[in-house]
Ligand binder design. Structure first.
Ligand code: THU
Length: 149
């Protein structure tokens, strides 16, 4: 995917993600990740990756930010996401995070939101959620399956 420079208007969200990244608990991978989400109501939340010696219990930065937002707000709709890693090119959200984002992306299911994957140098892969996760598993699929059960 194409890497460009992070747009200036995203600097506040980027700064929030970088701040959360500093708190990353990542003694096993050594990779600190931060994420910040802007909700459609204008509020912002952040998260960092929290690893565990039982590796599968690790929670990614994106999911951490979403958990925090839901705990604070109840219903949320995500308008925009910024992720910060120290990698070139920047990391894209993992598959688990894509599925969790799909639950709360504004206009979901079927809607789309910008996702900016950045690094400490300010490089950015600016893409959209549906470009990252076409054919997502949505509540519609679930309902269709349940109606046949
Ligand atoms: N990680 C994230 O926080 N977000 C992602 O989307 C990819 C991976 C974290 C999980 C783990 O702590 C470390 O990066 C290495 O996989």
């Amino acid at each position: 995917m194409k890497t460009s420079r992070l747009p200036a208007r995203l600097k506040p969200l980027y700064a929030l993600a970088k701040k959360a990244r500093k708190n990353s608990h990542s003694p096993y991978s050594g990779c600190k990740v931060g994420a910040a989400i802007l909700l459609t109501n204008g509020k912002v939340f952040s998260g960092c990756n929290v690893e565990n010696s039982s590796y599968g219990a690790t929670v990614c930065a994106e999911r951490g930010a979403i958990q925090t937002a839901v705990a604070a707000e109840g219903k949320i709709k995500i308008a925009q996401i910024v992720v910060v890693t120290d990698s070139s090119p920047p990391w894209l959200p993992c598959a688990l995070c894509r599925q969790v984002i799909s639950e709360f992306a504004a206009k979901s299911p079927g809607g789309d939101i910008p996702v900016h994957c950045t690094n400490l140098e300010g490089d950015a892969i600016s893409t959209t959620f549906l470009a990252l996760y076409p054919g997502l598993f949505s509540p519609e699929e679930l309902r269709a399956g349940q109606s046949r059960a």
